[in-house]
Design a protein around this ligand. Structure first.
Ligand code: PHE
Length: 460
């Protein structure tokens, strides 16, 4: 174990930091929005299956690879699976880089809504068409640049000081408050007239509507939400010491992450189906769902909503921050470990490089022809939606597939057994189950979905 590498302060600290990475805009913003785009029901079910059968085994694999090698993505894969596997490490670093470039923009939106709701709470909610407000703010180029620059600076600041003190403390305080507010919102949303319809939408599966493209989206999002498939959890695992049970930690992180995504969706859809005109507003800009639907709930339904609204949006920003730091950490740790760049320099370099691309993402909806035309896929707008699609549906599934193959077939069983099973546990159960999933079930599922999409040529 290298003495100059940081380590988590405690087991709880590690679980909170990794949960902080997993819980973020993926749960609150992305999951409800893509569930909407993929017609709910069957999509949600496929998503849950992907989380259990593919995402969770991969998370365990990433932690064990990181802890075993005490190295970040590239070095870790190279060391335990073989020299060629370093390429997939580089793929992961690139993925973190691209993901961060537009994730920062959404996090910036939550800062804007923090300011907006704080003003409404002070002066009274004007009851405006929140869909129009959202369109106006994403279209405002100057505002978008300021917001995303602000958020980038915050991310760099935390990584600069090292993850241990900052993240552990931040996650410890912010996650419980976020859970509390979501619970309050849930109770309020359940009392709304549209909540029945929301449950129907989310949990009544109609497989006739399920296309291969939706299955790929569900798979890709399970990686996105669990922060796997690109090395973030390898990197976090590399700061882990031997005492922690990887199996238990992974189970807790997966359960919390999935629970929050479902709760957020129940809340969001209850509002959408209850408030007149909301379906149209959200339909015009599904990407803004989190920011279009909830203000209504805070100011009309929730007890002390005026107090909680700004608090909620600032916590969305903090949830985003505990994720962006893990993304920047992937790139930074790569520079530190592979190119011997000193941490402060590495943080600044990677932060600045990512920000160049964040500018593209921030201006995607500005109507500037150059920036909105940076799109490769049909129906996608600018760098923002193009990269979101490319990262989630192409990079994460292929990266995840690489991790399953590396962990299942190329890392020696002695090593993976040693990392997953503590001396006196019934190893055959935990280890055998994991091995079966990581060797056969997970890669087969990922391959089957990718092949189905290729055959159907369904890339939209
Ligand atoms: N899991 C985070 C979320 O759901 C996003 C993320 C992906 C963070 C990959 C780190 C690595 O918001």
């Amino acid at each position: 174990m290298q003495s100059d590498r940081g380590h988590w302060g405690s087991s709880t600290g590690f679980i909170l930091a990794a949960t902080g990475s997993a819980i973020g805009l993926g749960n609150l913003w992305r999951f409800p929005y893509i569930t909407w785009e993929n017609n709910g029901g069957a999509f949600v079910l496929v998503y849950l299956l992907c989380v259990a059968a593919v995402g969770m085994p991969i998370m365990m694999a990433e932690f064990l690879i990181g802890r075993r090698t005490q190295k970040s993505t590239v070095g870790a894969l190279r060391e335990c699976a073989g020299p060629l596997w370093g390429i997939f490490g580089v793929w992961g670093v690139l993925c973190a880089f691209l993901l961060l470039s537009y994730y920062t923009v959404i996090a910036g939106w939550s800062l804007y809504y923090f300011a907006r709701t704080a003003a409404w709470s002070a002066a009274g909610y004007p009851g405006l068409a929140t869909g129009d407000l959202f369109q106006a703010q994403v279209g405002n180029a100057g505002l978008q640049l300021v917001l995303s620059l602000g958020f980038s600076v915050a991310t760099v600041a935390v990584v600069w000081f090292g993850v241990r003190e900052g993240i552990e403390r931040l996650a410890r305080v912010s996650l419980p408050i976020l859970f509390g507010i979501l619970l309050l919102l849930l109770v309020s949303a359940l009392g709304m007239s549209g909540s029945g319809q929301a449950f129907g939408f989310l949990f009544q599966a109609s497989f006739a509507e399920l296309e291969a493209g939706s299955m790929l989206s569900a798979l890709g999002h399970s990686f996105f939400s669990l922060s796997v498939g690109m090395g973030a959890m390898i990197t976090y695992g590399s700061y882990l010491s031997r005492k922690q049970s990887i199996v238990k930690a992974s189970a807790a992180i997966v359960a919390l992450d999935t629970g929050i995504a479902i709760v957020a969706s129940i809340i969001m859809f209850s509002v959408i189906f209850s408030v007149a005109g909301m379906t149209e507003q959200v339909g015009a800009s599904p990407v803004g769902m989190l920011f279009i639907s909830l203000p209504e709930l805070f100011y009309t339904e929730v007890p002390f909503g005026a107090l909680l609204a700004p608090l909620f949006y600032i916590l969305v920003a903090v949830a985003g921050l505990t994720s962006t730091i893990s993304l920047l950490e992937v790139v930074t740790a790569y520079l530190i470990d592979e190119h011997a760049v000193e941490r402060h320099r590495a943080t600044l370099l990677s932060g600045a490089a990512v920000f160049v691309f964040t500018i593209f993402a921030a201006l995607s909806f500005s109507g500037t022809p150059f920036f909105s035309s940076l799109a490769v896929f049909a129906n996608k707008t600018g760098w923002f939606e193009t990269v979101d699609h490319f990262v989630s549906n192409i990079m994460l599934p292929t990266g995840g597939l690489a991790v399953t193959l590396a962990a299942g077939w190329f890392i020696s069983r002695r090593v993976s057994h040693g990392e997953l099973v503590d001396g006196n546990e019934p190893g055959w159960f935990r280890y055998g189950l994991w091995l079966g999933f990581i060797r056969f079930v997970a890669p087969a599922a990922v391959l089957a979905i990718i092949i189905a999409v290729l055959l159907g040529a369904d890339f939209s």
